[in-house]
Design a binder for this molecule. Structure first.
Ligand SMILES: Nc1ncnc2c1ncn2[C@@H]1O[C@H](COP(=O)(O)OP(=O)(O)OP(=O)(O)O)[C@@H](O)[C@H]1O
Ligand SMILES: [Mg+2]
Length: 221
């Protein structure tokens, strides 16, 4: 197990993708895989279970409305605040204890979802820079896994799953989100981003994720 500069011994892994890509399924399965290998693994998610995360869930399920003129900016700020709370309350303590912490969504979701509504490239770039600035105190993941799935496949999975639909679930918007995720390397550079094809069956995708993460998570402890 390596000792990191920030005092964390664990590994911080993030799963990202469009709605229905399978991030929740795969985060749980990867956590189980690691535990089967006798690793300490903690699976968590955004919005977190904390107070600001609970408010965000009410917004996502449209039971609370935000001011419509500045909805994206308000959401970005709420997510940034929830992120800092989540790190302090849950992520950092587990990393210090040597866990592999797996977060179902993180900063990349904020950057992509809260800027996707802007058609103008310049306005979108400004929004992305502003969101990144708002998140400058948020711990950087060791690796972010983007589970790339065709929007039609993801829509079919959401339909099969059932439940109430959330904000952002219109097909045109999901197609734009999928394209933005394919270009995630413009946001997270270097070796901290991996793409995995999420279109296959659950086991095939889990196997691909295990292979992709092996260099980051290793055989440890
Ligand atoms: N590879 C797969 N093949 C078939 N079905 C899948 C696959 N991965 C997940 N599913 C199913 O698709 C549905 C959506 O998966 P899941 O809830 O994990 O997606 P998600 O990315 O977390 O969605 P959301 O962004 O809405 O939280 C679930 O019913 C799940 O069992
Ligand atoms: Mg999910």
């Amino acid at each position: 197990m390596r000792e990191r500069e920030d005092g964390n011994n664990g590994v911080f892994v993030v799963f990202e993708g469009i709605d229905g890509a399978g991030t929740t399924t795969q985060a749980d399965r990867y956590g189980s895989f690691l535990r089967g290998r006798r690793r300490l693994a903690h699976v968590t998610r955004e919005p977190s279970g904390g107070p600001m995360g609970s408010l965000l869930r009410l917004v996502l399920t449209q039971r609370v409305n935000l001011p419509s003129r500045h909805r994206d900016a308000t959401m970005a700020l709420l997510f940034a605040a929830d992120r800092l709370d989540h790190i302090e309350a849950e992520v950092a303590p587990h990393l210090r204890d040597g866990y592999v912490v797996i977060s179902d969504r993180y900063e990349l979701s904020s950057i992509i979802y809260q800027s996707i509504g802007l058609e103008d490239e310049g306005a979108r770039a400004d929004m992305i820079a502003w969101i990144r600035h708002a998140n400058r105190h948020a711990l950087k993941p060791d690796v972010t896994v983007v589970v790339d799935v065709d929007p039609e496949v993801a829509a079919q999975r959401r339909r099969a799953r059932g439940g109430a639909s959330e904000l952002f679930e219109e097909p045109e918007l999901q197609a734009r989100l999928a394209r933005a995720y394919l270009r995630a390397d413009e946001i997270i550079g270097g070796d901290r981003l991996v793409h995995v094809d999420g279109n296959g069956d659950v086991d095939t995708v889990t196997d691909a994720i295990i292979r992709a993460l092996e260099p980051y998570v290793g055989e440890g402890p």
